[in-house]
Design a protein around this ligand. Sequence first.
Ligand SMILES: Cc1cc2nc3c(=O)[nH]c(=O)nc-3n(C[C@H](O)[C@H](O)[C@H](O)COP(=O)(O)OP(=O)(O)OC[C@H]3O[C@@H](n4cnc5c(N)ncnc54)[C@H](O)[C@@H]3O)c2cc1C
Length: 374
Amino acid sequence: MAAEVNVAIIGAGVVGLAIATEVAQEEKGIFVFEKNHTFGLETSSRGSEVIHTGIYYPEDSLKAKLCVEGKNLLYQLCERHGIGYKRLGKIIVAVKESEVNELERIYEQGRRNGVEDLTLLSRKELKKLEPNIEGISGLLSPTSGILDTHSLMKFFYNQARERGAEIVFNTEIIGIEKAGTKYKVQIGDRDGVSSFIATIVINSAGLNSDKIAQLAGIDIAHVGYKLHYCKGEYFSLNSKWRHLVERLIYPIPGEAGLGIHVTMSLDGRMRLGPNTRYVDEIDYSVDESQKEAFYEFAKRFLPLLELEDLEPEFAGIRPKLQAPGEVFRDFIVAHEEKIGFPGLINLIGIESPGLTASPAIAGYVAGMVKELFR
Ligand SMILES: Cc1cc2nc3c(=O)[nH]c(=O)nc-3n(C[C@H](O)[C@H](O)[C@H](O)COP(=O)(O)OP(=O)(O)OC[C@H]3O[C@@H](n4cnc5c(N)ncnc54)[C@H](O)[C@@H]3O)c2cc1C
């Protein structure tokens, strides 16, 4: 390990890897540190793998802008580099009269965010597209899709390394302190504890990103960076469902997530999820007792669903800035010069649509790094 590096990126999830790829285009001396033995073992491999279009979020939010931009970049990457994907399309379904206004509001929001290919569907149009879905109206997003997240991360990993970035596994960042205009970064690995100097530190540590900011000396309660873990569980659907639905099917979103939806993997396996449960600890087990609640919720738009079609599958945890009952919070992607930490870039609260937005987040951060090295 060098005594001094230009850029230290903390975390080799999809976002840290995408940033490494982008920054390594221009700069040398880039290191990514990951506490696990390989990349992408945490939130990045525990989601729906949906390419979102940026419909839901307030216009001018980073979530909206980076999702709209990220979707286009992601499809280009998938096409050019053989990363598995399918542009399946998605339908948001209103199951009762009181949801119709909300569906129309989402349509308008999507249009304001620059998503121009949305179509409102009558019950008849919905039935024609998806005969096994029940609803009084729908909103079709034809360019939503799914992708092979592992292949995307592998692509970023290989490309970052080809461009000269070093990715160091089994290495945890355990301390960050100012050292003149730079940072002294302390790491723990198999050999014990050591440290190096970094000109720029990029905190892309997912569920730990608030703690990393705190390690660096930021008062996270004061600046509103404290994360709240929000678990999302999935139940798989049995093989009878493989051909009963063609598109991703979503309900009207809830307070903390997009609602339990029907999604599928590239090989056609179907699942329901994720729910939203605020938790105190990182525990990826699926609570089987949630099965009934999943069934009751999804039965509203999947009338053919039977309780025995569901099996517990996996869970992920959202790094949410929004505490239970609070209003929308945007991604934090900030160069912290204003609060006294020049050269420290924090990425906090990178929940959904973080996978979709990852190439756009990377471009945004690379712009900040370029400015810093000017
Ligand atoms: C249930 C669920 C469903 C989702 N579905 C979608 C979806 O369909 N579409 C979409 O666009 N987005 C989705 N998302 C969001 C998306 O998965 C995330 O936004 C994205 O994966 C975040 O990537 P990341 O690299 O920031 O975080 P992570 O993947 O968590 O990576 C952070 C990395 O930092 C490492 N790390 C942490 N602390 C340290 C330390 N001290 N030292 C060294 N390394 C450290 C961790 O080990 C980890 O590998 C979903 C999320 C969840 C939870």
